[in-house]
Every structure is written in C-alpha cells, then in structure tokens.
Design a protein. Structure first.
Length: 164
C-alpha cells in the first residue's frame, strides 16, 4: 500500500500559490505557471498549497504534482511518479515514490507526453482515494467526498505546441 501526502489546508485557489507564481517571472516562471495552470485544470476537485516551498496540486487534499523553479530549469514533479506510465521516458529521479520532468530553455520536451503524465497522475490519485488503496501519510484521514468533481476528460486544457 502506498502512502499519500495529505494536506487538509489545501484550497481551491491559495493566495500563497498566486504570490509564488507572480514572484517567479521570466522564461522559467512562465514555464512553471503554464504547467501549474494545466494541473489546476484537471478537475473541479483540484486544490493547492505551498509545500516545501513549491506550488503543489492536490486531488482534494492528496498531493499529485508540483512545480519548482531552479536557476536554469523547472521541475514538474509527481508525488507517485514511480507508478506512472512513461512511454516517452520523460521522468527522472531515483527516489522511492517521486519523479520529475526537467523543463527549460534549450530542453526539448514532448508536451503531449507531459500533459499525459499530469493527467495520469491526477486520475491515479483520484482512483487511489476512491478505492482506498493508499494510506494517509499526514494523519489527516481519507476524505474521498472531495473527489467527486473530477472531469471525465481531465486533459481538456490542451498544452500549447511551443518547445521548452
């Protein structure tokens, strides 16, 4: 059984996330903002907060993905990335659960494949909550009532076809 990262304080639109996104300007900030907006668009039950200094997207209160800006790249990360299918081999990392995709100027990425990873991470987290196939890592308890608003087509916010 996998342990979920649960954040009962996650909100529909967290002002601290908005502040973080505004504070990270330039090319890298725009990349992070674009992909976090994609995460937000996955479903009505997406909530957010700042965790470990990173905008984090949750299904209800269960974290599924995050973005972070570094000096020369952006990470789009997945809390249970090890369980995602990745036919385009975008995922990096060797941790027990988490994986990430590095984005930035001069780094080509298959944007459709990244969108698929985000959508799969969102859907996978919703399934885990609904079927109880995961333990709670925060002690906050399982609140599957917050997952009822997911769209059946979570990929509706299509990514632009530019290269990053």
């Amino acid at each position: 059984m996998t342990r979920l990262m649960r954040f009962p304080t996650a909100a529909h639109r967290d002002p601290s996330v908005e502040s973080w996104l505004r504070a990270h300007s330039g090319v890298l900030g725009a990349i992070a903002c674009r992909w976090f907006e994609f995460m937000r668009g996955c479903g009505d039950d997406v909530r957010e907060l700042i965790h470990d200094g990173q905008p984090t997207a949750c299904v209800g209160d269960a974290a599924f993905a995050y973005v972070d800006v570094f000096k020369a790249h952006v990470n789009v990360g997945f809390y249970l990335g090890v369980s995602l299918s990745d036919p385009a081999n975008l995922l990096q990392g060797t941790g027990r659960f988490m994986r990430h995709v590095k984005l930035g100027p001069g780094r080509e990425v298959d944007e459709a494949a990244l969108a698929d990873l985000i959508t799969e991470a969102y859907s996978d987290m919703g399934r885990r909550i609904e079927d109880g196939s995961a333990n709670d890592a925060s002690g906050a308890g399982d609140d599957s009532s917050r997952t009822g608003g997911r769209h059946s087509d979570a990929r509706s916010p299509q990514p632009r076809s530019t290269r990053h």
